[in-house]
Design a protein around this ligand. Sequence first.
Ligand SMILES: [Ca+2]
Ligand SMILES: [Ca+2]
Ligand SMILES: [Ca+2]
Length: 261
Amino acid sequence: MLAILVVATGCRFGFESRAPASVDDAAGDGAQADGPGADAISCTHDEDGDGVLDCVDVCPHIADATQQDSDSDGVGDICDPDLGGANQILAFVAFTEAGSLVLTGDDTLQETGEKLHLDGTGRTVGVLAVPVGNVDVVIGGRINSVPSSGERQLAIFPDPGSNQPFFYSDIYQLTGSASVHVAQYTGATYTPIDSTNLGSIPTGAFSLKMHARATQMTTTLATAQTAVANATVAYTGSSSLTFVFSLLDVDIEYIAVIGAP
Ligand SMILES: [Ca+2]
Ligand SMILES: [Ca+2]
Ligand SMILES: [Ca+2]
């Protein structure tokens, strides 16, 4: 059985999100690719250091100085979940200023530069209100340390409302080995649908991606090595995302949500 979501009270942080490009251009600068969220924040930050500011970067979390976008949908080839389909950058959280991603939990949270540090003393939950139909959700940063026991987890939950069962992506370790999952929550139980054994949860730079489509979900953990879980499931989409951090000392550097809402 996998983890039960527990939203503890305690620390409460909020971070900005870049809103959908298609909604419009509050700055009136004619740059549709920047969107109202970008217009609302100062367009001076370059998360991936590729020389292109987040608000106009076609892949704000991956260095791609050439900005290649073969299907011209505003999402660069290197992060486009569906070359040939129309996608958007639905949200991008760079952890630079207060805003729409709200974190609640019992870790000690610290904003250090452009990172959010969680000290791994407990469980913290982040909620981002964004429609997630056919999407890639990617969270990236660094895992600094992992305790030797306890319920250790990093998860991406597309909140289903009353539509259960639903599927989610995570790294999980309670007893025995750690695994990367596509897993199912039925309303009562948590069940891995597909898993890849990690041995232990790796430390160092990481990204965890949930690729969600109507008949498929894939979880990809990229560290020094890559682990994938892939399942044929009926993914139904939702209106918000929840991120769960449990007992991991981590620095979170970005969250990107890319796809068709
Ligand atoms: Ca950039
Ligand atoms: Ca980039
Ligand atoms: Ca594209």
